[in-house]
Structures are given as structure tokens and as C-alpha cells.
Design a protein around this ligand. Sequence first.
Ligand code: ADP
Length: 269
Amino acid sequence: AYDVTERRQAEYERAQLLEREQQARRAAQDAVDIRDAFLSIAAHELKNPLTTLLGNAQLLRRRADRAGTYAERDVRIFSSIAEQATRMNQLIAALLDSSRLETGQLHIVPAPLDLVALVQRVLDELVSTLEQHHLSWQAPAQQIVISGDELRLTQVLQNLLGNAIKYSPQGGTITVQAGQDAATGWVAIRDQGLGIPAEAIPQLFRRFFRAENVTQQRISGIGVGLYVVHEIVTLHGGRVEVESQEGRGSTFTVRLPLAQADAAARFSP
Ligand code: ADP
């Protein structure tokens, strides 16, 4: 009889433990859902006023440039407002994209696209941000015609290059290479920065994840960029690879399916 009581007691305790674990999991999921809902509402609500603010700041800056009646300091202030509003806009866009991806509402429209020209365009747009780094762009002579959504892939490259810049020291070299093999076109972006701790690598593409070595240094960020990169590339039927050594640097490689031969043949940029 003693044995039976003891067994029942053990079973009861196991059941209780299980119940508590389930409760904790439900609570954690609820917390994530609430955070998502909140972020999505906040991002939507911030978008319109910010667009107005940005438009007005740009208008003032242009007017100041033209009239030449403003003090140079005022022109700098207008520019700074416009820059900060642009950054906020990008953050909000990233949050909105991440919630669209989460709910399957972000669609890609693939078409034949030269990956080399795309990388070149993104690099051209980033020149001023890249001023503090050395850039080594190893572009192949021939086109690499992939099947992709130009707008979304631009975003992918901007995010990866933005990270390479943000997480590596001034004066460091950022190496960008493109190439192709049998079925894929690829772009690799290598930096000589902080690197990623080995234990963080499996979590890197989770939404809101940030590794400890960057949060400790208080480098700002919200941890949605790589999630968006990974989801967009996956929607293309491609993949993202990471190689990194903490303290030495990181390489992110994006692989995308080549366009079908007939589509590629018809392609002209
Ligand atoms: P954020 O940069 O806003 O934190 P991301 O989603 O772009 O968000 O990146 C997630 C995390 O991955 C970063 O917080 C950082 O820990 C790590 N990471 C991404 N790119 C790099 C890089 N080039 N070098 C070092 N760490 C990186």
C-alpha cells in the first residue's frame, strides 16, 4: 500500500510539473503575441506622422539650399532632422515587414535580374555610409541572371551591408563578392568586425534576437534585420549562410536560384 501511495504521489508531481511547464509556454507565447500586436499597431500609427515630418524636413532643406538665406547651421539642422526621420522610417518599415512576414502577408514578385548590377546599385547608394570603411568589391565581368524580387533583394543587401558596417570598426575592410555555380547565384559580404559568438549562430535568424557581444557594447538595433533577410531569401527558394569567428569577423552568403535559361536569354537590363 505504501508503494502505491508513493507512486501516486510521484505521478501527481509529474503531472503538476507538466502543467506548470505548459502554462509557462503559453504565457511566453502570449507575451510574444502581445509584443507583435503592439509593435504592429505602434509602427502603423507612427508611419503617417513620420512621413509628414520627413517630407517637411526635406522641403525645408531644399528651400534653404535654394534661397541661400539660412545660416549654414540651420541647413545642417534641417538635414539632421531629415536623416533621423529617415532612420526612424527604416526602423518602422522593418517592423512592419517583419510582422507581414510573420503573418504570411509579404509576397515576392520574382523576375530575371542581374545580381551583379543589383549589388553595384546598392553599393553606389551606400557610398556615404561606407566612408569610414574600405570596400573591396569583386565583381565578375559577366552578368549573373537570377530570379528575384528587385525591391526585396535590395533590402536584403542593404541589411547585410548595414550590419557589416555597424558591427565592424572604422577602417576595417568590407569585402563583397558575387559569383555563380550550377544552379545558384551568390553574394558574400565579409567584415572584419565583432564576429558572432558560436552559441548565438543557431539563433541568429530568430526575430528580435541580438547576440550578447553587441548588446553589451550598447550598439543600437532591434534584431529584425536578419530575420527579414532570411525570410525573404527563403521565399525566393534561396538560402543564407553564416560563417563567423568572435573578434575576427563574419561572412554572410546569400544564394539565390538562377533564372531559367530561356528567361535569362530574354533578359536585358
Ligand atoms: P540588429 O542589427 O538590429 O540587432 P539584425 O537582425 O540585423 O538586428 O541582427 C541580429 C543580430 O545578429 C545582431 O544584433 C548581432 O548580434 C548579429 N549580427 C548580425 N550581423 C552581424 C555582423 N556583421 N557582425 C556581428 N554580428 C552581427
